[in-house]
Design a protein around this ligand. Structure first.
Ligand code: AHR
Length: 332
């Protein structure tokens, strides 16, 4: 009698426990998924803003084309603004894109400094910034990644090439890019870093030609008027200024590429044509075709994926002997 009562009590307790969802023996039924993953965004879902700095060179034209063409191919809604070579306009462009609530802002900062305030505004609005082509001197938390070249190495390469070409003896004039821009700062510093080991390589003058052909010609003219045929080499921070210098040298009555050797940076088509004509002695590549990598990075950022803080471009150096063969393959 006692045993059957105990048994009955146990049965009641088990039924009660089951109805309350408890179980005497543990079960391993799979947990119900409550947080289903948010679907990834595609190119069709995003609006990308781009604040381009201007249209100062052949390089920049290729860079802009690469961004616009890639957006079209991928059917991305692109809001593209051109700052016409002015930092105030580029800051204004970033602010316009913030108001338009784009998903990501891409930007090639015209100069390195003066960006903290507007980058902070973008951050506060939850809009990530991707630096394309040029760096900005801001704390790392104000941009997600930098996609572009190693300008310092470009300057070093230009110096290595020139030192070899001149057998370590030269009177150099330098055409500097836009003052306070990342490529001008780094190409200036990288060049000097290597020249330290070549006491016979002397920089006799250095001035900005603002990365344009017209200014390159003008500045070269003033160098020639001052130093004449004592100049033996030109280091131009980009091809456009080198092409301007070539015209100035010819007008002065000297032979560019022969009487005065010239090394520049970019490796644009114009530089290849000048090398084929024997007027330019080398060009260090700086790749402007950044559109595909930019949009790929932008989509990753929108989807919360990790991206490296710097995505460097792969670059080479070109010389006159290979120019004719390579020119047809150049895309810019
Ligand atoms: O920032 C890249 C530089 O800008 C290129 O070397 C030059 O041609 C351009 O204007």
């Amino acid at each position: 009698m006692k045993i059957s009562r105990i048994f009955l009590l146990l049965m009641i307790l088990m039924i009660l426990a089951q109805s309350l969802g408890c179980s005497a023996s543990p079960t391993f039924a799979p947990q119900q998924q409550t947080d289903s993953p948010t679907p990834k965004k595609t190119y069709a879902d995003v609006i990308i803003g781009y604040a381009q700095l201007g249209a100062e060179s052949e390089w920049r034209a290729a860079n802009t084309q690469s961004i616009k063409e890639t957006a079209e191919q991928l059917e991305i809604e692109l809001r593209f603004l051109d700052a016409q070579q002015k930092q105030e306009k580029q800051i204004e462009a970033v602010r316009k894109l913030i108001i338009q609530k784009v998903d990501v802002i891409g930007l090639s900062p015209i100069v390195e400094t003066g960006w903290e305030e507007v980058f902070q505004e973008a951050k506060d609005a939850g809009i990530p910034i991707i630096l394309v082509d040029r760096r900005a001197a801001v704390p790392e938390d104000l941009y997600v990644t930098y996609l572009g070249s190693d300008f310092l190495e470009e300057g070093r390469n230009a110096a290595r090439v020139m030192a070899e070409m001149m057998n370590g003896q030269a009177k150099i004039v330098e055409l500097v890019g836009t003052i306070n821009s990342a490529p001008a700062n780094d190409r200036y510093a990288g060049f000097r870093e290597i020249l330290k080991d070549y006491p016979g390589m002397e920089i006799i003058a250095s001035e900005s030609g603002d990365f344009t052909r017209a200014r390159g010609k003008e500045v070269m003219k003033t160098f020639l008027n001052k130093y004449g045929s004592s100049i033996t080499a030109v280091y131009a921070h980009n091809d456009d200024m080198a092409l301007g210098a070539i015209t100035a040298i010819e007008e002065y009555g000297l032979r560019p590429g022969v009487d005065i050797k010239i090394v520049s940076v970019d490796a644009a088509r114009g530089a290849f044509e000048a090398m084929i004509a024997g007027k330019l002695n080398a060009t260090v590549e700086c790749n402007p075709l950044l559109g595909p990598q930019f949009f790929e990075l932008a989509l990753k950022v929108v989807n919360g994926e990790d991206v490296p803080k710097w995505v460097p471009s792969e670059e080479s150096i070109f010389f006159p002997e290979d120019a004719a063969e390579i020119l047809p393959t150049r895309k810019y």
